[in-house]
Design a protein around this ligand. Sequence first.
Ligand SMILES: [Zn+2]
Length: 388
Amino acid sequence: MKRLLPIALAAFLPHSGLAVTGDKAEFKKIAEDVYAFVGKRNDANAMVVVTAQGVVLVDTGNNPPETRLLQNFIKSLTTQPVRYVVITQNHGDHTGGAPLFSPPANVIVHERVAKDWAAWKPYQIKSWRKRFRERSSALKDVNPIDTVLSFGENMTLHLGGKTIALVYVDDPYNPGDIAVWLPQSGVMHAGFVGYIDRHPDIRPDYSHGTTAGMLKQLEALAALQPKVMVPAHGPPGDAKDLHALTDYLLSARQKVRTMMAKGLPLAAIVKDFHMNEYKGWDRENHFEWLAETVHRELRGEGPQIVAISEKEAKGTIAHAEDEGRRLLVRPPSGRDLRLRITADTDIDGAATDRSQLKAGMKLTAKYQVPEGFNSPLGYDVTEMVVER
Ligand SMILES: [Zn+2]
């Protein structure tokens, strides 16, 4: 679901926006027994709810080192075990830490996410089992779907005196994004639509939903009037940040609509589209996909379908960026290759997770090439073997 597109089209460019969180992950108490884990440099956030009947963890940290930090933080708060891991969006930076807690914890996801997990390929399951080496014997006969509880519309957990509502707002292209709402304290983890100071990552394959779907979610979530809103990335905010993103999306749609009314072709719209009035927001490299997605939506088109072919390469890492998420690889001959290491890339050999990848290491990698698409900036790796 997340690799239909040439993800790296813009992703390899240096981030043109500002990181709005600090260099180290922070833990913030946001209500009684409720804590935000604020990812470093805009990495994914998580939320912790402590109850007398166990801990509920919402999302799981960007990389194994972050997830271990999160685990240690929970241990410093309580001796209660993590009973449930709730996933707000089906992307590696939110799901990747689940195998550190589950089993014995149950993972709770929307049924669309459960369907995706049940169809995981062998490399994804292998990667999940060994992502945390300390867990490899506990997970050797476990499949990721084995501990999953899923729901179709909404679900409410009543645990140790706490009410935890999981809110799904249906639309045909919602990939299973949910929000987590704590009515007793007015705290919300807004999931995918919780954006603060960051341009939304919305793609023409609708793998991250649509702007129309996001607007529908934002309306439902804003009606709950959260006092504290934990976004997917960035510092905690409140209800006004939900309104700000609504305004942003309405404005983006209006810009594309105006250009379409003038008869501009898609290429010109993509080239001219910007949201530069949102100065200082992170990830300006999301503009092209946003314009193209809105254009499809306004024309009433379905998601873009891109066929994927698999290739293999050998080479040496010339440059590793973003804790190993993006690599420049130099093959023995020919042009350098840009590769993207996802949360479920199966990594073997001299590295146990992507954050250990360094320049000078040799690798053999299988990667996915979206056919008929010019994607000079990088391809998703499914499996790789690393040597020093
Ligand atoms: Zn994310």
